[in-house]
Ligand binder design. Structure first.
Ligand SMILES: Cc1cc2nc3c(=O)[nH]c(=O)nc-3n(C[C@H](O)[C@H](O)[C@H](O)COP(=O)(O)OP(=O)(O)OC[C@H]3O[C@@H](n4cnc5c(N)ncnc54)[C@H](O)[C@@H]3O)c2cc1C
Length: 332
């Protein structure tokens, strides 16, 4: 069966042979765009929330044997789905990976502790939970509305820190090889908003390092970050920064876009934010394809004016890069 020939029924039938319970959970023509912070875009051919590693392996095996693309969705805060949707199998983790374990009992100020955290946990939740028991090092996460799994995949960061500063290792399910492996930080190859992980890798959990501080001081830092975000970043429908900084720490994508006077640049229902030039906002009843068109136009203008070829940070699902003229990012 070629990748274009498969249908949702093939996935359901293949899974049924292993587990009728899992097959019953598969949703066909499932909302996808609605599950992203952009809240625009179409459907996924199939979607399923897995309840165990065994189920993860079954759905991975079914997608692979049918030739269907697959991907894991975290909080959808770095994802744009085309209006015509995405032909693929979307996996979510739910309670299987929604847990935090950190035992700070008996530790003195300055001592390190290991935090074990599931891949589905929202970063702001982890940040606040750790602040409440005085663990420092993860304050920055309060401003990034993604999951731990998404953070590992993207090497998320902010406020002078990034995931690679804290992570020790991660438990990864490789859906192609059908096995659960512990990946040490070196193997993850965390770069600026990038990692060695591909779509067939699922971050089940991660072990992060924090250290003991004063709960009041840590909580104040968390609230300062929340305040800073409110002052400097727009609300509404977006995915945070759209383009990766071309020279991290030296040349920012936002500054390049700003210098061209593109704040407020609009096509249809999408525009470059007037508050932050590297954010592209979608209207509440907007179109994903307008967001994509603004991305391409901004990228072309920056390339023409400065020579910097911006790379998309947002993961694009269901867009045809070649036909679209290129957005400089990964398509799924
Ligand atoms: C308002 C706003 C502010 C933001 N600010 C920042 C910021 O300061 N710094 C920053 O780095 N990012 C920022 N982002 C972007 C985004 O929050 C991060 O990239 C985050 O890490 C994405 O996590 P997610 O769970 O939402 O990923 P998703 O959008 O769900 O997925 C993104 C990618 O990660 C993969 N993925 C998700 N979960 C898993 C998993 N469990 N296992 C394997 N792969 C997985 C997906 O397949 C996809 O390729 C911001 C976004 C918004 C909306």
């Amino acid at each position: 069966m070629s990748t274009t020939e498969w249908h949702a029924d093939d996935i359901v039938k293949t899974v049924s042979a292993d587990s009728s319970d899992l097959a019953a959970k598969i949703e066909c023509d499932a909302p996808f765009g609605r599950r992203t912070t952009y809240r625009v875009g179409g459907l996924a051919t199939c979607a399923v929330e897995v309840g165990s590693v065994a189920e993860l392996l079954m759905i991975g095996n079914a997608a692979t044997s049918c030739g269907a693309p697959l991907a894991v969705l975290g909080r959808g805060s770095n994802t744009l789905v085309s209006d015509s949707g995405w032909r693929g199998v979307l996996i979510t983790l739910g309670p299987l990976s929604d847990w935090i374990q950190a035992d700070a009992g008996g530790l003195e100020t300055g001592e390190d502790l290991i935090i074990e955290v599931g891949g589905a946990v929202a970063m702001p939740v982890l940040s606040r939970r750790m602040a409440s028991i005085g663990v420092t090092g993860l304050e920055w996460m309060v401003g990034v509305p993604g999951s731990i799994g998404g953070a590992v995949r993207m090497n998320a960061g902010g406020h002078g820190a990034e995931l690679s500063d804290a992570i020790v290792d991660a438990d990864i399910v490789d859906l192609r090889r059908g096995q659960l492996e512990r990946w040490h930080i070196d193997r993850l190859k965390l770069g600026f908003r990038s990692s060695a992980l591909d779509n067939h890798h699922v971050v089940l959990s991660a072990r992060l390092k924090g250290s003991m501080g004063d709960p009041d001081v840590v909580s104040t830092r968390v609230e300062d970050i929340v305040r800073w975000r409110r002052e400097h970043q727009p609300g509404g429908q977006n995915c945070g920064s759209v383009f990766v900084n071309p020279v991290p720490g030296e040349v920012s994508a936002g500054a390049l876009i700003d210098e061209l006077g593109l704040r407020g640049f609009r096509i249809g229902s999408a525009e470059v934010s007037t508050k932050h030039a590297n954010f592209i906002q979608a209207d509440s009843d907007g179109q994903a394809d307008d967001v994509h068109t603004v991305m391409k136009s901004v990228r072309r203008r920056v390339l023409d004016a400065t020579g910097y070829d911006l790379r998309s940070e947002v993961r694009l699902f269901g867009f045809d890069d070649v036909a679209a003229g290129g957005h400089g990012g990964d398509t799924v």
